[in-house]
Design a protein around this ligand. Structure first.
Ligand SMILES: [Zn+2]
Length: 190
């Protein structure tokens, strides 16, 4: 009689332990994509080079509020607020509004100005320029060459070889890390 109770207790204990061990196993982590987690609109593309002409109403609908504020209302993010400012990751920076490739990480430098800074865009057509006389200053505004979204300003106090400093709001940038093979190639080359 006692033996039976003993075995039942063992059995119950076994079940309890089994349940414990089951609860400890965690489901495999889903791979997180660094930039693709935002909902993108239909004109967003990293390969299509055709110009994007959306109305301001449409932009307001498709862009996250903070991107809309800078890209379309020519706002400025607070200095020092972008995680991209000091990032040394190898990869490409795209326009957050339309996906146009804008800058490569190898032209990025520490300017100390409070915003991500680059000395050269990926190509001449990546960027368009306009004189900006707002806030009592004479500056050159930098916009996306594909969708005309405001990105930031360019100044002539950058490092060689261009002597330019593209001072860009991190909010309007999407970063994509270079693939392992590309990174190794770049390291070998350098
Ligand atoms: Zn764009």
């Amino acid at each position: 009689m006692n033996r039976t109770i003993f075995f039942i207790s063992l059995l119950l204990l076994g079940i309890v332990f089994q349940q414990c061990s089951y609860s400890q196993t965690t489901p495999p982590k889903k791979e997180t994509m660094s930039t693709d987690n935002k909902t993108k609109h239909t004109a967003y593309s990293r390969t299509d080079t055709s110009k994007v002409n959306l109305s301001e109403e449409e932009w307001k609908k498709v862009l996250p509020a903070e991107v809309y504020y800078i890209a379309r209302l020519k706002g400025t993010e607070p200095p020092g607020s972008s995680p991209y400012e000091h990032s040394k990751e190898v990869g490409t920076y795209y326009c957050a509004a339309c996906g146009n490739p804008l800058f490569k990480s190898d032209t990025k430098f520490e300017s100390g100005c409070g915003w991500p800074s680059f000395y050269q865009p990926i190509s001449k057509s990546s960027i368009i320029y306009a004189p900006d006389h707002s806030h009592g200053m004479v500056r050159t505004e930098v916009m996306c060459g594909r969708c005309k979204s405001h990105l930031g300003h360019v100044f002539e106090d950058g490092p060689p070889p261009t002597g330019l400093r593209y001072c860009i709001n991190g909010v309007v940038l999407d970063f994509e890390k270079a693939k392992e093979a590309e990174r190794k190639y770049e390291e070998k080359k350098g």
